[in-house]
Structure formats: structure tokens, C-alpha cells
Ligand binder design. Structure first.
Ligand code: G3H
Ligand code: 13P
Ligand code: ZN
Length: 312
């Protein structure tokens, strides 16, 4: 199967009350871990590339790695998506360069400006068979180089979503209901709670329209412990409870973005490996268990959080 857009994936996910996982990719081992788990579990998948990933690994290398995964995993549909496109130019470059889906994130701009830039990206993308994710509302946390403070973060206003979607023509909408980027999402000792009332209001205003959740890592405490026990320092790292993501996936949420959890699995595994084998210096020896642990973590997400196993 060639690369696909997320159109059919989202239609099936909405009707089937599950979500597709969108995992960030930065190198070969991460691409392999995600796609091998999806292939074994027969799950559709979105591989997403941030501006930072393109700066780190180079656009061509990332596209070719994803194309290799398409060849190795012909049984499953794979989307290549730009995560947090910051401008028309970045989106254009990905649309021209083989992506099947882009996100234009103008959520930090005023409403009218967000509409204007999103509509421009949609016109360019749709004319070339590419789909567009947009965002309304602002998540706290770090996205690429932008650090959104908790004070300037705000929830999506349900009264704005209909006008935004009809005027922009976007294909999916990321909303802010209490998730946030990175490994420090909630204050230790508090009770993390997503705003399901906002999600339900939004989905009433946009029937059958796919909603996206960013910042949806759950920050597995086993990996936080592994990091901290092996020379790392990540006190108070906390994520979104997995049961709440599962509930969101049964509602209008069709795409759930997960990046930090994979980073934690990789870093924890590598730290542990070096602590236990101070004499080793072959990168393959530490990347192999890191890749294996990411794969098992992705498998767990597919089955227990997203519910998209067996849906390819
Ligand atoms: O939302 C951001 C993603 O986790 C990508 O992070 O910009 O550090 O590549 P990055
Ligand atoms: P996390 O930091 O929670 O993994 O979120 C990733 C994300 O939203 C990528 O766009
Ligand atoms: Zn994000």
C-alpha cells in the first residue's frame, strides 16, 4: 500500500469509536519500532514529523525512512504528516515533498489570522490531494522552540469551532481540553482531568468531524523511574491518565499524538543499558533494546489506549 491520507482512516475511526495513533519520528529505530508494532497488531498509523525533526534528520532522510516502512509493511495504511507546521512555507515544502497530511498550527494567532493562514494552506493542500489539520485553543508546554506558559494556555471555545471549520475547510481539528506537551503535564499531587464537557460540546457542533488531541503522552512511571535510577533527573514527570485517552478515543477524537512516551522509553532504556554495561560502546547494542521497548510501548498504546489494533 502506498502512503495514504487520513481521510478514510478517520471515517472508520469515528464510526468504530477508536483513535489512530500519531507518533513522532526522528530516526530509523523509532520508525521501525512503531511500524513493526502496527504491522503485528494490524493497526493503521500516522507517522509525524515536526519542524525540529526536519532540522535534526533532514526532510529527505525522514521521507525515505517512511517510504522504507511502507515497503516493509504493505499490509497497513501509513500517513506521513507534518506536525505543528508553523507557516504556509513549511506546509508547502512538505506538501511538495511527499507528505500526505499537514498540520498548520496558527493557534497562537488571533482567530481571523488563524482562519486566513489555515485557509491558504487548505487551498494549496487540497489541490494536491493532501489533507490538513488545524488547531483552535492553546496547549501549555513546549512545541518545537515555542514554550507556551500555563497562563497563556486556554481551552478551545466550542462556540468558535463551526465558523472556523466552515471558513477554513480543514479536514480535522486539534482542540485544547487540558492535555499539554512534554513530560510535566500536571502538578504532582493533583488529579489530572481532561475537559470532556468541552469535547462533547465541540462534537455536537461538528457532527462526524474528526477531532485531534495533542500532548497525549501518559508519561509511564516505570520509565520515569528507570531514567531516575540510572543517572537521570526527571522529578514530578506526569502525563494524561490512559483511561481518559481511551474515553476520548470512543468519542469524536480520531487522532491521538504521542511523542514524549517514546522518548522516555528510549532514554530510560539507553541509560539503564550503559549503567549495566559501562564497557560497551557499539551504538547498535543500546539502540536494539531501546527499539524493542518502544515497540512494546506502541503495542500497548494500540491495544489499551487507542483501540485501533485489528483495524488496518
Ligand atoms: O509537539 C511536539 C512534538 O513532541 C515534537 O517535538 O518539536 O521537539 O520535535 P519536537
Ligand atoms: P506529548 O509531548 O504528550 O507526547 O505530545 C506530542 C504531540 O502532541 C506532538 O504533536
Ligand atoms: Zn503537538
Amino acid at each position: 500500500m502506498a502512503l495514504v491520507t487520513s481521510k478514510e482512516m478517520f471515517e472508520k475511526a469515528y464510526a468504530g469509536k477508536y483513535a489512530v495513533g500519531a507518533f513522532n519520528v526522528n530516526n530509523m529505530e523509532i520508525v521501525q519500532a512503531i511500524t513493526e508494532a502496527c504491522k503485528e497488531e494490524k493497526a493503521p498509523v500516522i507517522l509525524q514529523v515536526s519542524k525540529g525533526a526536519r532540522a535534526y534528520a533532514n526532510h529527505t532522510y525522514l521521507v525515505k525512512l517512511v517510504e522504507a516502512a511502507v515497503i516493509e509493511c504493505p499490509e497497513i495504511p501509513i500517513v506521513l504528516h507534518l506536525d505543528h507546521g508553523d507557516s504556509f512555507e513549511t506546509c508547502k515544502s512538505c506538501i511538495d515533498g511527499g507528505f500526505t497530511s499537514v498540520m498548520i498550527d496558527a493557534s497562537s494567532k488571533p482567530f481571523e489570522e488563524n482562519i486566513e493562514i489555515t485557509r491558504k494552506v487548505v487551498e494549496y493542500a487540497h489541490a494536491r490531494g493532501v489533507v490538513v489539520e488545524a488547531e483552535l485553543g492553546a496547549l501549555a508546554g513546549v512545541e518545537d522552540e515555542v514554550n507556551v506558559s500555563a497562563e497563556s494556555a486556554h481551552y478551545t471555545r466550542p462556540e468558535e469551532v463551526e465558523e472556523f471549520v466552515s471558513r477554513t475547510g480543514c479536514d480535522s481539528l486539534a482542540i485544547a481540553i487540558g492535555t499539554s506537551h512534554g513530560a510535566y503535564k500536571f502538578k504532582p499531587g493533583t488529579n489530572p482531568q481532561l475537559r470532556f464537557d468541552i469535547l462533547e460540546e465541540v462534537s455536537k457542533k461538528l457532527p462526524n468531524f474528526p477531532i485531534v488531541l495533542h500532548g497525549s503522552s501518559s508519561v509511564p512511571q516505570d520509565y520515569v523511574k528507570m531514567v531516575n535510577e540510572n543517572g537521570g533527573k526527571m522529578p514530578g514527570a506526569i502525563g494524561v491518565p490512559e483511561e481518559q485517552l481511551r474515553r476520548a478515543a470512543e468519542l469524536a477524537v480520531c487522532k491521538i499524538n504521542i511523542d514524549s512516551d517514546l522518548r522516555l522509553a528510549m532514554t530510560g532504556t539507553i541509560r539503564k543499558f550503559y549503567n549495566e554495561h559501562p564497557d560497551k560502546f557499539d551504538p547498535r547494542e543500546y539502540l536494539k533494546p531501546a527499539r524493542a521497548n518502544i515497540k512494546e510501548l506502541v503495542r500497548h498504546k494500540l491495544i489499551n489506549v487507542l483501540g485501533c489494533n485489528g483495524k488496518a
